[in-house]
Design a protein around this ligand. Structure first.
Ligand SMILES: NC(=O)c1ccc[n+]([C@@H]2O[C@H](COP(=O)([O-])OP(=O)(O)OC[C@H]3O[C@@H](n4cnc5c(N)ncnc54)[C@H](OP(=O)(O)O)[C@@H]3O)[C@@H](O)[C@H]2O)c1
Length: 304
């Protein structure tokens, strides 16, 4: 089986290429079907294409790449993920996230490859009083969310759509890395306490994506670490894990952020992993445990 990964230079793409090749990403678990090395599957040849090697906005380049490489599966992790910047440049957001996915879908169809598309909790508006299931209608409130929902609509019924949320990994700019960077600076740290989601860690998510990609399971899957949190909860937990005083974190409301963020965020973007759960498939571990593993990878660098 040959698997082409787009966006392979991103925080998820890096861990995914390691996991698909049979390795355990930094902070990952060995041996669990959803999160670790898959011992008994057929060997996978992984081709990780970062943005420079494969720009999904370039239709010809995408078609040529799949014609030449003939992948069995394309895991499409490449996206413009700068949620606030997307508000100021909707054309770039849609060109990358929606039209780019159109190109990947067309290219995959031509060579009979299965597509796994990585999507987001931000396809929902956050007004539901409960976690969102895969069958809830999307209603994104930001340009980024609308462009990723656009990408979902480019795919046929046989594709796999994996919606995830609040992603952090060893190789990216993310909330955990930010809090570790701020930990040594003096003064209080302020994080919002009125947005709730499920923090998700690339080392675990990569394992689940490996399973879904190699099994080529069609349909929408919500895949997050288990448990929910606000950003205030995450920041507090990062400080505690890294041996800092968690009481330094102060909760604030989104409305009190200075400067205000250009992109609206859903107040509730907790994703019920219902499709996995109802099929009796393994869920990712609780986010606190996964955070501890990531901090143990990142903290030595953060303390230097
Ligand atoms: N981060 C989150 O909290 C989160 C939450 C839910 C879902 N997701 C989804 O998860 C996936 C992986 O995100 P991530 O967290 O790993 O973000 P990331 O670190 O920003 O990775 C995305 C990668 O896509 C690349 N990319 C951008 N434009 C591209 C293009 N035109 N063609 C090909 N590649 C392009 C980026 O390269 P450059 O940086 O070099 O441009 C980057 O390496 C994305 O589909 C994202 O929408 C992320």
């Amino acid at each position: 089986m040959r698997i082409l990964v787009t966006g392979a230079g991103g925080q998820l793409g890096r861990d995914l290429t390691v996991a698909l090749a049979g390795g355990v990403p930094p902070g990952g678990l060995e041996g669990s079907p959803a999160t670790g090395r898959l011992g008994d599957r057929a060997p996978v040849e992984v081709i990780g294409a970062d943005h420079r090697r494969l720009d999904v906005t370039d239709r010809t380049a995408v078609l040529c790449a799949t014609d030449e490489l003939r992948p069995t599966v394309v895991v499409h992790a490449g996206a413009w993920t700068a949620v606030d910047a997307c508000e100021a440049d909707p054309d770039r957001a849609f060109a990358t996230n929606a039209v780019g996915t159109r190109h990947v879908a067309e290219a995959a169809r031509r060579v009979g490859a299965h597509v796994v598309y990585v999507s987001t909790d931000y396809v929902f508006d956050g007004t539901a009083p409960r976690p969102y299931v895969e069958w809830d209608p999307p209603c994104p409130v930001s340009v980024y969310g609308r462009s990723k929902w656009g990408g979902e609509q480019e795919l046929g019924p046989d594709a796999t759509i994996v919606r995830t949320s609040w992603v952090s990994g060893a190789g990216g700019a993310n909330m955990v890395a930010t809090v570790l960077r701020l930990a040594d600076a003096p003064g209080p740290l302020r994080f919002v306490d009125d947005q709730r989601g499920s923090p998700t860690f690339t080392a675990d998510l990569a394992g689940a994506l490996c399973m879904l990609a190699t099994e080529r399971l069609p349909g929408i899957f919500h895949v997050t670490n288990q448990g929910t949190a606000t950003w205030f909860d995450v920041a507090t937990a990062v400080l505690a894990c890294a041996g800092h005083d968690p009481a330094r974190v102060e909760p604030i409301a989104t409305a009190d952020l200075v400067p205000a963020r250009p992109a609206p965020r859903p107040a509730n973007s907790v994703l019920d992993n219902a499709a996995l759960r109802l099929a009796g498939m393994a869920l990712l571990p609780d986010w606190h445990e996964a955070l501890g593993r990531l901090v143990s990878v990142l903290a030595p660098a953060a303390m230097r």
